[in-house]
Design a protein around this ligand. Structure first.
Ligand SMILES: Nc1ncnc2c1ncn2[C@@H]1O[C@H](COP(=O)(O)OP(=O)(O)OP(=O)(O)O)[C@@H](O)[C@H]1O
Length: 269
């Protein structure tokens, strides 16, 4: 049996001071270079699973391994873009984007290659439409621009593992669709093992090889959908019947989960 780059084996996470676990018995396997999306109702524990994979939380039950070891062991090899931008306000956008390279290279290595890294960061910022904002500060930019800059920072050091938590949520629909194409092309070039958390089912089907649907909290995996569509996928392709069928099927599973949950809730009024 082949072992995935990311392996969760019946992983459970109960936060301290919480009576119920956030997620229960999560088993999933992502092959090296694979791309998965996690979808499900709000609060079902998608971000919690991402935090387990990033090593920001430790499973209270079951097992999580990344690259055969403990999650978070090789921080430099991970790129993370979360829903809320975590840019450092006192550094320019360029210096924020360079941060992972500073961490990976160490101070001496970074100084030696600073000019080359700067060129690489400027090229990536330009590719994401932020070329003119490199020398601005994060607080001078809109939420959507900050999200794009966070994405640059997640990609700049060409990580083996890419964790994206609703990275396009603050963007207008057209920019979001442009960025799907961009992330897909970077993924096809470098093949980082990618986990995407999203509420947008079109985004999940566009970007992922496999989509996992979570039940409402405590989150469990209720459905796994392999997306068998050729790459590169395109925005036009999202309107083709085969693509729409996947989106409808996933939507059906989420509606089912929400209805099951509504049945459990006490009637009001
Ligand atoms: N640090 C924390 N301490 C205690 N409980 C937490 C913590 N972070 C999240 N939770 C709880 O864990 C559950 C799952 O939250 P999580 O953010 O993982 O869900 P999600 O599916 O990503 O939500 P959304 O789609 O709304 O972003 C929720 O009930 C939430 O209140």
């Amino acid at each position: 049996m082949s072992v995935g780059f990311i392996e969760l084996d019946q992983a459970t996470l109960r936060y301290p001071r919480s009576e119920t676990p956030a997620v229960v018995d999560i088993s999933l396997s992502v092959p090296s270079g694979g791309s998965v999306a996690l979808v499900g109702p709000s609060g079902c524990g998608k971000s919690s699973v991402l935090r387990l994979i990033a090593g920001l939380e430790t499973a209270t039950g079951g097992r999580v391994t990344v690259g055969g070891g403990a999650p978070g062991a090789a921080r430099g090899a991970v790129g993370v873009a979360f829903q809320k931008s975590t840019m450092l306000d006192w550094r320019t956008v360029l210096d924020n984007v360079l941060l992972p390279l500073e961490v990976v290279s160490g101070p001496t290595g970074f100084r030696a290659r600073r000019a080359e890294y700067r060129e690489r960061a400027l090229a990536l910022l330009a590719r994401l439409g932020l070329g003119e904002y490199a020398h601005r500060y994060p607080w001078e930019m809109s939420g959507g621009m900050q999200q794009r800059a966070s994405l640059c920072r997640a990609l700049i050091h060409e990580p083996d593992l890419l964790l994206l938590d609703e990275p396009f949520a603050a963007l207008d629909a057209f920019t979001r669709e442009d960025l799907w194409g961009l992330v897909q092309s970077i993924w096809q070039e470098r093949r980082p093992t990618t986990v995407l958390v999203t509420h947008d089912l079109r985004e999940a089907v566009y970007l992922a090889d496999t989509v996992y649907v979570f039940s409402k909290g405590p989150g469990r995996i209720v459905h796994r959908e392999a997306i068998d569509l050729p790459r590169p996928r395109t925005v036009e392709g999202t309107f083709e019947p085969a693509f729409v069928e996947y989106v409808q099927r996933l939507r059906g599973h989420i509606v089912e989960v929400r209805e099951t949950d509504a049945d459990k809730e006490p009637a009001h009024g």
